[in-house]
Design a protein around this ligand. Structure first.
Ligand SMILES: Cc1cc2nc3c(=O)[nH]c(=O)nc-3n(C[C@H](O)[C@H](O)[C@H](O)COP(=O)(O)OP(=O)(O)OC[C@H]3O[C@@H](n4cnc5c(N)ncnc54)[C@H](O)[C@@H]3O)c2cc1C
Length: 489
């Protein structure tokens, strides 16, 4: 649905003829053949001018960083932010970095590693934007989701520029709150289904200590990578346990002793997916490793600041694991496999095979919260998958869930997948039914309240937050030009 010539010209006057396009041959490369136009602003002033024009002409827009997610209604203006790709500042002393939307996580992390620093990277991969929030493999030491944004520069859906927290009062990026009432919770909900309307044009993210090498000694040719040697004072292991309870007790103690750089509760099918390069190899590896593990388990990376610190952390880990009757998976003790996993799970390229292995589609229920409660809920959600597996509607992964520690176990993440053939409408309906039922069960049995659960029940139990969010977005976006993501995921 092309724009009229006059409207197209108004946008073209903002960004220049080279940076706007509605060519039907190009549009499909941008998620949809029916976009109004793709526009590539180069800075905040251009974003603001575009957003104001969208309000003037009542046109919906959607900003895109690296574009892993999204459905785009007909005629929408697609704001491709790839020209806004600068790391503005790395503040080593105060431990934050300021980035524009198209700085990808790999780019920022490479710069940070050279300085002994690191940051939270979405499990989706280092190819995603460093600016949007998310959670991932390193949350044990980097926190996750809404915990990492500091000050933000934001173009509101009406085209005003808001500089939140310390940026607004002192021109510095170190704090996301105040002075006075804070906008932080509105501004940091940028992962579907909760997406902030408007456009973030710059954001400061927290940095953390990195004890590993400035560059990994990667060897091999795609897809057969590994490390020529395991970096000094680092170790990666996978431990399985006789029961969920024993695994959970070990997780708690590891958190309390703060020895793990990373604690990622992969199930064994995810380990198999990560260390193999084809579906055939993966199936063979899964069947082999599945016989070796004694039950559920987790993957751990230890990173010492010195040889003595490393020895201490290893000894504490050994004690905790042996007290919980844990067993180390031999395959991961092989330095080639250890190197692959260490690199994939800190440079974050693991999810792509874990998630999309064997093709097909998946629905998942992800939840951040108190890890023991979410684990108990996930065991039930796994059991509820069994009849669907028996009927052949979903893939047999043993009902497995996975999850990880966040902030040394103060929080945790648990997630469970249902993989199915998207061409099979019966399977799709069954998976959607499972998802609905398990989200409802989580709430009615008081494990947690998910935004994917029954809002008519959850909303009133949580101070009607859903109605307040609706009022806030209507107030911020009176012309409805910045559609909220719930409808667009
Ligand atoms: C295989 C797979 C695995 C995943 N695993 C994880 C995971 O482990 N952890 C996790 O946190 N997420 C995960 N995700 C979700 C992932 O974080 C989102 O897809 C993420 O948004 C991708 O980042 P992006 O940089 O490509 O964002 P985009 O797709 O560009 O944008 C994501 C959303 O934010 C909005 N947006 C984009 N730029 C801006 C901006 N500048 N201002 C305001 N809004 C903006 C977009 O309109 C869109 O709604 C996964 C997704 C996939 C497909």
């Amino acid at each position: 649905m092309a724009l009229s010539k006059d409207i197209y010209k108004a946008f073209e006057d903002v960004v220049g003829v080279e940076n706007i396009c509605d060519d039907p041959a190009i549009m499909p490369a941008y998620h949809s053949a029916e976009l109004g136009a793709v526009i590539l602003p180069k800075n905040t002033a251009e974003v603001q001018a575009i957003v104001k024009l969208c309000n003037k002409y009542k046109l919906q827009f959607r900003p895109v960083c690296t574009g892993w997610t999204g459905m785009f209604p007909k005629g929408i203006i697609y704001l491709d932010l790839r020209r806004m790709n600068r790391i503005i500042e790395i503040n080593e002393k105060n431990m934050y970095a300021v980035v524009e939307p198209y700085v990808i996580s790999a780019q920022l992390q490479a710069e940070l590693f050279k300085r002994g620093l690191n940051f939270c990277i979405k499990g989706a991969g280092t190819n995603c934007s460093a600016l949007l929030r998310g959670h991932g493999h390193m949350d044990q030491t980097t926190g996750g989701d809404d915990r990492n944004h500091l000050a933000i520069e934001w173009v509101t859906p009406e085209g005003d520029i808001v500089r939140s927290g310390s940026l607004g009062s002192s021109d510095e990026w170190f704090c996301g709150d105040g002075p006075g009432p804070s906008l932080r919770s509105i501004l940091t909900s940028a992962v579907p289904p909760g997406v902030t309307p408007g456009v973030f044009t710059k954001a400061a993210v927290k940095l953390y200590h990195w004890a590993g090498p400035s560059v990994y000694p990667v060897v091999g040719v795609s897809p057969h990578y590994s490390l020529s040697e395991i970096p000094p004072n680092m170790m990666a292991r996978y431990f399985s346990f006789p029961s969920v309870e024993k695994m959970w007790q070990a997780e708690l103690k590891i958190g309390e002793s703060e020895i793990a750089f990373e604690l990622m509760g992969f199930n064994i099918s995810m380990v198999a997916a990560n260390i193999t390069t084809s579906n055939e190899e993966e199936e063979e590896t899964f069947n082999r490793l599945n016989k070796e593990v004694q039950g559920p388990g987790f993957f751990v990376i230890i990173a010492g600041d010195s040889p003595a610190d490393f020895e201490y952390k290893k000894r504490v880990l050994e004690k905790i694991v042996s007290e919980a009757d844990g067993k180390s998976l031999k395959a991961v003790e092989d330095p080639r496999i250890e190197g692959i996993l260490m690199c994939q799970c800190t440079r974050i390229s693991a999810s792509i095979r874990e998630t999309f292995r064997n093709g097909g589609a998946f629905n998942s229920i992800p939840i951040m919260g108190q890890r023991d409660l979410t684990i108990k809920w996930a065991i039930g959600a796994g059991k509820a998958k069994e009849p669907l597996i028996k009927k052949g509607l979903i893939m047999d992964d043993g009902g497995a869930f996975f999850g990880w520690g966040v902030e040394q176990g103060h929080l945790g993440k648990t997630e469970i997948f249902c993989k199915f053939d998207p061409g099979n409408s019966e399977a799709k309906a069954a998976v959607e039914g499972w998802q609905k039922e398990q989200n409802r069960r989580a709430f009615t049995e008081r494990y947690f309240a998910s935004t994917m659960g029954p809002q008519d029940e959850i909303g009133p139990a949580l101070l009607n937050y859903h109605l307040w969010w609706q009022k806030i977005t209507e107030a911020l976006d009176p012309n409805g030009v910045s559609p909220s993501a719930g409808s667009l995921v």
